[in-house]
Design a protein around this ligand. Sequence first.
Ligand code: HMG
Ligand code: MG
Length: 301
Amino acid sequence: MIPDRVTLVDVGPRDGLQNEKQPVDAAHKIELVHRLQAAGLREIEVTSFVSPKWVPQMADNAEVMAGLQRQPGVRYSVLTPNMKGFEAALPSRPDEIVVFGAASEAFSQRNINCSIEESIERFRPVVQAARERRLKVRGAVSCALGCPYQGEVSPDEVERVVRLMKEIGVDHVGIADTIGVGTPRRVQAAMERALKHYPVADVSGHFHDTYGQAIGNVYASLELGVHTFDASIAGLGGCPYAKGATGNVATEDVVFLLHGLGIHTGIDLDRLVDAGKFISDVLGRKPVSRVANALLAKRGP
Ligand code: HMG
Ligand code: MG
């Protein structure tokens, strides 16, 4: 019963580049988005409107959004943790906004400086304002499989946040394994809690690959019918507030898995590998993607 079509959201420009120590200029970020859309990505998480004191890498948010040559049919999303972020994002005309909460209290405090309950109260007016403007709202549930400060996180804790997001009108929830410790059955247990409150089309997986489990966790989610995943070009990323957390599962690796399963993605793997090579060259390293490196080696010099 695995789905025959999957939508991938490339979060590399945001989740990936928010975590880079070396500055990446806006022109390269814009070029990355252009290459992702040329490869067939239809959903791209471009940047975040958060405090530049907390995440200086995203301080060029408006400049990056303004530089995009938008392609019809592509949805450009941005993170907005509060009304200040939402209002700052509006002139950039995002198609979708993302509020981000956590299943663990400790992570909520470290990442967004408030409790889970307070975060929901900050999101409430954001969601309402977004809905008035017919903007879609995604909600990320961080640390759904484990927390760098609290340790284990239970499916009950995941469901609590999912329920709160549903109550304030969030359209879609993403189950996020921030530190990559989830394994397939545990991922299914967390996903099942989300699926109690949201239709399968409005539940997605966001798996960091720190422990090498992310591809298995994508497959485990497909088994439940989940057909939307975040992934990050060249495996870029991490979270500045989760020490040691490495990037999201590489988009190239997920596309190879899905195409191997006969699942349609609309993505051209060769052009995707080019996009990953482009940003990896900018960063002066090889892509963190087994598939990309294998295909690049096959191409030769
Ligand atoms: P705060 O300090 O609690 O906010 O930060 P505040 O309302 O008390 O304001 C304090 C100062 O921040 C003020 O400035 C505000 O104007 C400013 P000052 O008067 O001191 O000069 N401020 C802002 N500036 C710009 N944009 C804003 C904004 N809000 C307040 N939106 C806040 C709360 C959430 C802003 C802060 O904690 C923050 O920016 N945190 C960064 C969170 C972040 O970006 N984390 C990484 C992304 S989440 C992630 O990676 C996880 C995910 O991938 C899923 C997963 O893998 O788990 C999504
Ligand atoms: Mg993340």
